[in-house]
Design a binder for this molecule. Sequence first.
Ligand code: HEM
Length: 332
Amino acid sequence: MPRLLSTVVLAAGALAGLLGASSGTRAEPPSAETIVDAFEAVLGPIRTHRPSHAKGTCAGGHFTATPEGTRLSVAPVFNGQRVATVIRFGVGVGSPAGSDTGRTTRSLSVRFETPSGDTWDMANISAPVFGSPTPEALVQGLLARRPDPVTGQPNPQAVAAFVAANPATTLQARWLAATLPPASWAATPYWGVNAFRFQGADSEVRHVRWVFEPVAGTQRLTEEQTRTLPASFLADELRQRVARAPVEFDMVLQFAGPGDDVTNPTIAWPDDRPRAVVGRLAVTEVAPGPGGACDPISFLQLDMAPGVTYSDDPTLHARTGAYAVSLSRRLQ
Ligand code: HEM
């Protein structure tokens, strides 16, 4: 191809890429406003609570890294000193009146506050995978479930068509359907799900995912308990435990192996990947009722801990803005 023509072709391709205009190019991901609008299309205006994990209880405690944590991350959180934490335990429902016994996720959100003034936020769930591979699928899945103005219910054909076209969005629901819900906020693992990059003391950067493993072990409700327990029991159960002794979780890193997808949160990495215990979280207090330090904040700030950076997972990148918009609507 003559040089001038090839330059024009390249420039046109670059422009089409920027505009997302040519077939096969990736369209712009949905904006944070579009994402939160999609939640509101399903749930109605959200002004008093979170659109996701709407039910929750504030708690507090501290985190201390292990020597292995100090080796694997240069972030101040992992320097071995005791780090104060603001914690929120949640239930993956769209209303604060949702039930604690349903086959949805439970959550553990943590804000680390280091003595030097750095903060680091994370929001983890009690399932190893997320329900959408991309922010686009999340938005389309929500819009497919918009209630019909006449019936007040989602249109089953729209939902079926969406699911058929987006099978990866069923993977979390399948895991939840096959797994009984946690018997306690203290007795379930919580996965970070998205992949991150950790810079170690040796300067090496590693792709990791993390999970908070309950030191007391995992306990699940029985089928019968899912039918007989009251809709709200998790908060009081946690208060009683913490009144006796701190509730503890080990933070465990899992390292990506060759070929592991670091961009798709609907696929767990194989169990045989190397792991390391990098710290212990102790929950030492639980709010006596609604409200508390976790309420007026959102657990995903723009700033990550120094030495911890985002992977190329598009859902991770979508979270930051969406959480900020959600918080701003809640605080209006
Ligand atoms: C496209 C990706 C995602 C979007 C757009 C999204 C959106 C949201 C929004 C808008 C909120 C409410 C935030 C607030 O008002 O403070 C929220 C909360 C939450 N999300 Fe996501 N999310 C995404 C992915 C994930 C993933 C992968 C996880 C799994 C770890 C997750 C776990 C949570 C948890 C635990 C909360 C409750 C946080 C709290 O306790 O305040 N989300 N999400």
